[in-house]
Design a protein around this ligand. Structure first.
Ligand code: PGA
Length: 254
């Protein structure tokens, strides 16, 4: 049991950026409407943000973007600013997802700039961290994760509880290989300890989500771990029924 309200976020990645996103969002609102005590967020592609935000208006579902640029405007072809996301009705933004880090080369420094800009603009960041399989096998998991968290520690610490950290081991994303609850809890506890090094307030109030092949059948065990405060769900968030089942098993705060 936790004193922090759990958060279940669905990362739709490059799916449902058009009319099908509205249908999925409305099915999620319907399926999750009565499930109180848990925060629910959906993250459609940029092209679906405004329509999905309109669709979920007045419900308990909030909208996140999957990325943003830290500069407010300028010659950044293909990029989107914080104000543009706010104009679309976003209240959250996923930053530093492993696909951004590993496919698009985002560094800790870049993720820090985005985190700072998001908080300043009034967008709540979900900062993703996690090791590759190679790093885990080399015994570097905590070192890698600690450098990723360390990059955004001061920014998250400026407003304890406003931002969220998502631990997503890269080897568990989209692979069906889920980290065992002990493996996940160990890293979550280390992140919490690092947050405590900044302030007790930050450690107590920051939600640390787990992500990587979370499904209705493994969510209960993961979400029951002491330092796991929710989930960032990819594949299983593309189906309203499986997503709502994950929301359903999330424990309510004590
Ligand atoms: P997955 O993705 O649930 O499909 O593994 C998680 C994520 O990338 O956020």
């Amino acid at each position: 049991m936790t004193e922090r309200q759990q958060l279940i976020a669905g990362n739709w990645k490059m799916h449902h950026g058009g009319p099908s996103g509205c249908a999925l969002a409305s099915a999620i609102v319907l399926a999750c409407g009565d499930l109180a005590g848990v925060d629910v967020v959906v993250a459609p592609p940029f092209t679906g943000l405004a329509a999905v935000a309109h669709e979920v208006e007045g419900s308990r579902v909030s909208v996140a973007a999957q990325n943003m640029h830290h500069e407010p405007k300028g010659a950044f072809t293909g990029e989107v600013s914080t104000q543009m996301l706010l104009d679309c009705g976003c209240t959250w933004v996923i930053l530093g997802h492993s696909e951004r880090r590993h496919v698009f080369g985002e560094t800790n420094d870049f993720v820090q700039k985005k985190t700072k800009a998001a908080i300043a603009a009034g967008l709540r960041p979900i900062v993703c961290v996690g090791e590759t399989l190679e790093e885990r096998e080399a015994g570097k998991t905590l070192e890698v994760v600690s450098a990723q968290v360390g990059a955004v520690l001061a920014d998250l610490g400026g407003r304890p509880g406003y931002g969220v950290v998502a631990y997503e081991p890269v080897w568990a994303i989209g692979t069906g290989k889920v980290a065992g609850p002990e493996q996940a809890q160990e890293v979550h506890a280390a992140i919490r300890k690092q947050l405590a090094g900044h302030s007790a307030d930050l450690a107590e109030n920051t939600r640390i989500l787990y992500g990587g092949s979370v499904k209705p059948d493994n969510a209960g065990t993961l979400l029951g771990c002491h330092d796991i405060d929710g989930a960032l769900v990819g594949g299983a968030s593309l189906d309203a029924e499986s997503f709502s089942k994950i929301v359903e098993v999330a424990p309510s705060p004590v």
